[in-house]
Design a protein around this ligand. Structure first.
Ligand SMILES: *Cc1c(COP(=O)(O)O)cnc(C)c1O
Length: 377
């Protein structure tokens, strides 16, 4: 099936009892059992919930996987992934991942005996060089947040297959519409569904997708054992949202392309980071592994005053954390999303105090450009 057909139908049969076309919100914590030892496959809602199952099947189809395992947030999913390894194991990870991922792994999970090497995975050699005898996972985010650096996913999956590592890809920025890492041989895809998948800035949620029975079994076990599940209403909202994911992503990208072109012609924007621009150093790789370039743009204005003016004076863009919603947002990564990353590490990757990140929404692009142009002139 095509993406939009799956988005609208996968995992969603009309309700057996009433024929309701839309999967109901099964807002229940428990289920009646017919007699001792006999039930309908539903015992307790941490373990089984039909609204959640529909969502998991839906996203699994969109990511070309076999299983979806939903969590209460992207970070709850990120946390669950560490139950695939044990104390003493080593993980190679992109040095420019989501700030919360860095905080969880480096400042929390390390205390549990996990060892992390933070490397620039956009150069595959850095991955090879970081391999240790106890390496178990290679974890990448591509494009990265907020520098929009690209990692070669086929290359990552080949290294992992050769060495028997698990490859994990945070695909939040592209959504399943523009990039499917499992199709490039990677083992696990992670999404903060808070972002593009839900897209309406009204849910915090996460999901993991895989084709592997073994990985699924372990993560399904952890989903129940640790219990970081999303509520049925949140699952229902996300199911409602995936129906329009394709049309939203098309528009995000169209708007972002035009805004990136505008920035690249304005000399107040000293550096423009957008994979769709020919001047992006990895534009060719982006074209190869992504079907579009997404809706995220980062701009370095060269001095903090201009950056401040932009984030404070915008009228249509809203100054806020998060991304991927229908409304345009602007953020200052150094003091907001990436404040927990040490300054020296931020500077090394170009995440300066004058960098501003734009999550381009689906408003009329003329209005978005005018909003910025009124400030930059
Ligand atoms: C937001 C985000 C996360 C964390 O997800 P939450 O839903 O906020 O817990 C992880 N990775 C990326 C790329 C994100 O943007």
């Amino acid at each position: 099936m095509g993406f939009s057909t799956d988005a609208i139908h996968a995992g969603q049969e009309p309700d057996l009892k009433t024929g309701a076309v839309i999967t109901p919100i099964y807002q229940t914590s428990t289920y009646a059992q017919e007699e001792l030892g006999k039930h309908k496959g539903y015992e307790y809602a941490r373990t089984q919930n039909l609204t959640r199952e529909s969502l998991e099947k839906n996203i699994a189809a969109l990511e070309k996987g076999k299983y979806g395992i939903a969590f209460s947030s992207g970070l709850a999913a990120t946390n669950a992934l560490m139950s695939l390894v044990k104390s003493g194991d080593h993980i190679i990870i992109s040095n420019n991942v989501y700030g919360g991922t860095y905080r969880l792994y480096e400042l929390v999970m390390k205390d549990f005996g996990l060892d992390y090497s933070w490397v620039d995975t956009s150069n595959l050699k850095n991955i090879e060089n970081a391999i240790k005898p106890n390496t178990k996972i290679v974890y990448v985010e591509t494009p990265t947040n907020p520098m929009l650096t690209i990692t070669d996913l086929k290359g990552v999956s080949e290294i992992c297959k050769k060495n028997n590592f698990i490859s994990i890809v945070d695909n939040t920025f592209m959504s399943p519409y523009f990039q499917n890492p499992l199709e490039m041989g990677c083992d696990i895809v992670l999404h903060s569904s808070t972002k593009y998948i839900n897209g309406h800035s009204d849910v915090v949620s996460g999901i993991v997708v895989t084709k592997s029975d073994k990985i699924h079994d372990r993560l399904r076990y952890i989903q129940n054992a640790a219990g970081a599940i999303p509520g049925p209403f949140d699952c229902w909202l996300i199911l409602r949202a995936t129906k329009t994911l394709a049309v939203r992503m098309e528009r995000h990208e169209k708007n972002a392309n035009q805004l990136a072109e505008y920035f690249s012609k304005n000399d107040k924007a000293k550096k423009v980071y957008y994979p769709g621009l020919k001047l992006h150093p990895q534009h060719e790789l982006a074209k190869k592994q992504m079907r579009g370039f997404g809706g995220m743009i980062s701009v370095d204005f060269g001095d903090i005053e201009t950056a401040k003016k932009v984030v404070n004076d915008v009228k249509i863009f809203t100054l806020a954390e998060s991304l991927g919603g229908v409304e345009s947002l602007v953020c200052h990564p150094a003091s907001m999303t990436h404040a927990s990353v040490p300054k020296a590490d931020r500077d090394k990757m170009g995440l300066t105090e004058s960098l501003v990140r734009f999550s381009v929404g689906i408003e009329d692009v003329e209005d978005l450009i005018e909003d910025i142009d009124n400030i930059l002139g």
